[in-house]
Ligand binder design. Structure first.
Ligand SMILES: Nc1ncnc2c1ncn2[C@@H]1O[C@H](COP(=O)(O)OP(=O)(O)OP(=O)(O)O)[C@@H](O)[C@H]1O
Ligand SMILES: Cc1ncsc1CCO
Ligand SMILES: [Mg+2]
Length: 264
């Protein structure tokens, strides 16, 4: 069960410390996730050149690796940044976008998990299932499975990789293989804004920068996503205004809104 006092403490820590979050992410969502990190009070940097990722990973408080629009040079940069973060015990949050859709994505996911040992893996249900079952075929970047149906895969993946695994969806599940936290906030319209999942991964990255308990950090990130998305959707007419209202809501999110809206 999410500890609301700890969640509020961590949100205040992000706003006070403004941790540097190093993102190697995809072209589609770079602007969205940078703005979401600013809205929550963190300090984002997008850097993917092999010539600088090592230095950036050294100074960052957490590293977010997202394979959304991967290509060879980026993968090389992800491996350098990931290994640097691993050496420094800096939390790595991994988003396996489209895992299972192509052989290349699945292969790169396997390599990144083995060599960088991400601390947290956040994906939608189809991606989490595909990381465990190499035969599972997914359809692009959107899930065709419910988050409930991926829970057993998430638990097994957590035990196999020693990472906290997060499945996003109608109910979000956060597990280390033994304990399972849930977040029931959110709104189906969120899945119609591209990169809401990538944003969830980035926000989890911000929480992992201020809380060494990564099960808590991941759960806090997903709770803030769900609460924010739910409030923003209630004042939005479609995915266009939701994208903007999400940022404004996150920027203004306070203790009262969290206490009133949280659905663990
Ligand atoms: N049906 C739903 N009801 C409530 N919340 C939802 C629903 N679907 C998604 N969400 C929320 O939307 C956010 C994004 O989750 P989603 O599973 O859509 O990610 P994703 O498929 O990886 O997205 P993307 O690849 O576009 O970044 C999460 O915070 C999740 O809780
Ligand atoms: C649509 C899309 N394609 C590659 S990455 C991305 C953003 C959502 O994952
Ligand atoms: Mg995704």
């Amino acid at each position: 069960m999410i500890n609301i006092e700890h969640l509020i403490r961590d949100l205040n820590l992000i706003r006070k410390q403004s941790p540097l979050i190093h993102n190697i992410t995809n072209y589609v969502v770079m602007n969205n996730t940078a703005n979401a990190l600013l809205a929550i009070g963190a300090s984002p940097v997008m850097a993917h050149s092999v010539d600088e990722v090592e230095e950036m990973a050294v100074i960052a408080s957490s590293l977010v690796i997202n394979i959304g629009t991967l290509e060879a040079a980026w993968v090389e940069a992800m491996l350098i940044a990931g290994k640097t973060a691993l050496t420094k015990s800096t939390p790595i949050v991994f988003d396996p976008v489209g895992a299972g859709a192509t052989t290349y994505r699945s292969k790169v996911c396997k390599q990144l998990i083995e060599e960088c040992k991400p601390s947290i893996i956040r994906g939608n249900a189809s991606e989490i299932i595909a990381l465990l079952d190499t035969q599972a075929q997914t359809k692009g970047v959107d899930s065709t499975n419910t988050s409930d149906s991926a829970l057993n895969s998430a638990k097994a993946l957590a035990l196999q990789t020693n990472a906290v695994v997060v499945i996003s969806g109608e109910t979000d599940y956060i597990t280390n293989g033994a304990t399972v936290e849930t977040v029931k906030n959110g709104n189906p319209m969120m899945a119609k804004v591209t990169g809401m999942g990538c944003t969830a991964t980035a926000i989890v990255g911000a929480f992992s920068a201020v809380n060494k308990n990564l099960l808590e950090a991941a759960a806090h990130g997903m709770a803030v996503m769900g609460i924010t998305g739910e409030i923003a959707a209630s004042i939005s007419k479609g995915n266009g205004s939701l994208q903007i209202n999400f940022l404004d809501t996150l920027f203004n999110l306070d203790e009262e809104a969290i206490r009133k809206n949280i659905k663990p």
